[in-house]
Design a protein around this ligand. Structure first.
Ligand SMILES: Cc1cc2nc3c(=O)[nH]c(=O)nc-3n(C[C@H](O)[C@H](O)[C@H](O)COP(=O)(O)OP(=O)(O)OC[C@H]3O[C@@H](n4cnc5c(N)ncnc54)[C@H](O)[C@@H]3O)c2cc1C
Length: 409
């Protein structure tokens, strides 16, 4: 097990500086334009693919870094560059992780490369779980997958919503219920291959922030996929369902719940790291502005009222990063999340990003309120972190339940 280290090693620093260069030189200058266009920034994704930042290899290298700091470091730098463009770049990773976590080696080898495409023909992937009536309440999912034994095919029907890259993805990973009576324990994940008939994009959403990232409904009408597109395979699913049915009969279910919890605890710090990136970007803008903007014959940072805000902003950002790094290290090293440390990191970092970006607007005064300066966009972008991958209220529920062992509602 790797020691918990609070400093990047030389190799990680090199990677960080390389990503930072891309974020500063390519993403930042393009950020305002793609935010206004509200479109997927394909040319920027292509640039990222050309230098290797948008690739399975790069993502896997960070994901398996034994210190746990690879992913948070990469996320922080990319989202420092711009949150909307960064989500377009890392959105595919959400789907890829779904396959890496549940797929067989053959499924990983077949589908994950198709999610990314290559530098000459970049592709994206989507992870589709949320539905109009199943957001925080995942168990109420209505999308159904039914096995057609005669043809060895799965038939999927339902409507997914808020899917990042939904409808424009080459590969969609779709979560569906295969046994409604088991609630979330009866869910399974499926690959919907490129150009499968019956899958279409529904409404594309116009959003408050991260507008360069495509978010849309995905409609599935009698979507037929080969049996081997069930992630993990049928045998494993049947065994899992049999266990869940037995436990349901005996009134249990804790082990299945704990496995799902551990997956979420491991993925949430990555969202925390995105929030740290946005918060740091806004803080840096505010610090620079406060040192150069003069009122009453002196820089505004000369006032404690402004300087103390900056001190608080920086303290919260550093605290958020430490929580994120701790949880990422725990995840990679298989440490038990006895205090829901993954949820803690996501909760604190996302709330920090919302607060710090609002403080940055205040420090920039009228300029902060205009689109001439980036903090306005950063504040709009920051609002997503307290919503997706589990809202702040859901994080608090998870933490409180973990600490108390009580079924707090
Ligand atoms: C830009 C964007 C991108 C997204 N990308 C994806 C994606 O790629 N794939 C995907 O599957 N999903 C995605 N989502 C969906 C996202 O995960 C959900 O929006 C989120 O889980 C919240 O669900 P909801 O919007 O239905 O809110 P609801 O669950 O309806 O919650 C509404 C409010 O009620 C509160 N609330 C609900 N239940 C409780 C409770 N028990 N206790 C206290 N408060 C409660 C919530 O905290 C929230 O404040 C995305 C969403 C957005 C906006």
């Amino acid at each position: 097990m790797a020691e918990f280290i609070m400093e990047l090693n030389d190799e990680q620093k090199e990677v960080r500086d390389w990503i930072h260069g891309f974020a500063a030189d390519v993403m930042r200058p393009a950020a305002a334009e793609w935010d206004e266009r509200e479109e997927t920034p394909w040319p920027v994704i292509q640039e990222a693919a050309k230098i290797g930042i948008y690739s399975l290899d790069f993502y896997a290298q960070q994901y398996f870094d034994p210190t746990g700091l690879g992913i948070p470091m990469a996320m922080e730098e990319l989202f420092w560059g711009d949150a909307g463009i960064a989500l377009s770049i890392v959105g595919t990773g959400l789907a890829a992780v779904g396959v890496l976590a549940n797929g067989t080696e053959e499924q990983i080898g077949t589908w994950v490369p198709q999610m990314y495409g290559d530098a000459d023909d970049v592709k994206v992937a989507a992870f589709c779980s949320s539905e109009p009536d199943a957001g925080s309440d995942v168990a109420s999912m209505r999308t159904r997958a039914v096995y057609d034994e005669a043809k060895d095919e799965w038939v999927i029907n339902g409507t997914k919503t808020w899917a990042t890259n939904g409808g424009i993805a080459n590969v969609h990973v779709v979560v569906a219920s295969v046994d409604a009576e088991l609630g979330s324990k009866g869910h399974a994940s499926f690959i919907v291959p490129p150009n499968t008939p019956g899958l279409s994009q529904g409404q594309k959403f116009q959003k408050h922030g991260i507008r360069a990232s495509h978010t849309a409904e995905v409609v599935l009408e009698d979507v037929r996929i080969p049996g081997n597109c069930l992630l993990g395979g049928k045998e494993k699913l049947d065994e899992r369902l049999a266990r869940a049915r037995e436990r349901a009969k005996a009134g249990g279910g804790e082990r299945v719940k704990n496995a799902a919890m551990a997956t979420f605890e491991a993925s949430r710090p990555a969202v925390g790291a995105m929030a740290v990136g946005t918060a740091r970007a806004a803080y840096e803008e505010a610090l620079e502005y406060a040192k150069t903007r003069e009122q009453f014959g002196r820089p505004i940072i000369d006032n404690q009222g402004v300087a103390f805000q900056l001190a608080d902003m920086r303290t919260s950002i550093d605290a958020a990063r430490l929580l994120v790094w701790r949880a990422s290290w725990m995840a990679v090293n298989g440490r038990p999340f006895t205090a829901a440390e993954g949820s803690q990191s996501k909760l604190f970092a996302s709330e920090t990003a919302k607060k710090v970006t609002a403080q940055a607007i205040q420090i920039l005064g009228g300029n902060g309120f205009t689109r001439e300066y980036p903090v306005e966009r950063m504040h709009r972008d920051a609002a997503i972190y307290t919503i997706f991958e589990g809202t702040s209220e859901i994080q608090r529920l998870v933490i409180a339940r973990t600490l108390s062992g009580m079924p707090i509602r």
